[in-house]
Design a protein around this ligand. Sequence first.
Ligand SMILES: [Mn+2]
Length: 337
Amino acid sequence: MSRAEKIAGFDPNSPGDPTGNIYGLPFDTDEAQVVIVPVPWDVTVSYQDGASRGPDAVLAASVQVDLFDPSVKDAWKIGLAMDDISVEVTDRSKHFRELALKHAVEAVNEGSRWLNSWVEARCGQWLDAGKAVALLGGDHSTPHGFLRALAARHASLGILQIDAHADLRDAYEGFSGSHASIMRNALGIPQVAKLVQAGIRDYCDEEAQVIAREPRVTTFFDRDLKRGRFNGETWAAQTKTIVDALPEKVYVSFDIDGLDPKLCPNTGTPVAGGFEYEEAIYLVESVARSGRTIIGLDLNEVAPGDSGNEWDANVGARLLYRMCNLMALSQGKASRG
Ligand SMILES: [Mn+2]
């Protein structure tokens, strides 16, 4: 069946097909304009594990997501599909996590380098096929290879990081590829011209110093955003300030713990405070509507609860759907709703 025939034969109003692809959509990765690359990896988790099961959980929860998106016209027709969940990545994550618990630092760092190369190749392959690419972690270390793939294809880019944590540590517990170092490592990529952080509310002295001394980093702390609101600033005005700090090409890195933890109670390192769901969507939508191009994005640290609680994945699946649609909109692969 061709892509056109699949669109003609699909009923977006019917319940999602649980045996199908992500969101119950009828497209495979060749037919899709947006490819979601799952990275089931959580090796250096510091508090609660489970993010490696994020892709499975989001895939399962995705069939509950209604496909109408008020921001993007006929959003389901864009074509979203998820790449295979790699057994090799899953197995290596388990293997290196065991080593991390034994604090085998060098072996684990070698594992992180392998993962970064794997992600770079996988995402690069889809970028070269003309796809918009979204990475689904996994812990927050997983997008490093994707950023390298984008840096190899764009002379300059900025990152919008939505997160409770600054993730600017120079290695954490000795692990160079730690989730807590992802943005420090991203700053090591010369094409990363700007890092704009939003929602940050848990960070150490070392990270505060990086923020203070590194001209590429602009941080909008949760405390300052909230206090501004208490004093009458609007989220629209604050959002404009955040977006204005970004260059033309933007990568969105969304750690789900940037949201209020009531929306992600099982994430690895929840912190009180944070964004409401629609506040976060509004921020990402404002990037797209500003005329900037979202050249890639990730959603990370979505973890299902041990008790079979699927709430985090339910939120994550909705967030990912709307961000993918907004990325497609910003890339001219869809039009405004
Ligand atoms: Mn993070």
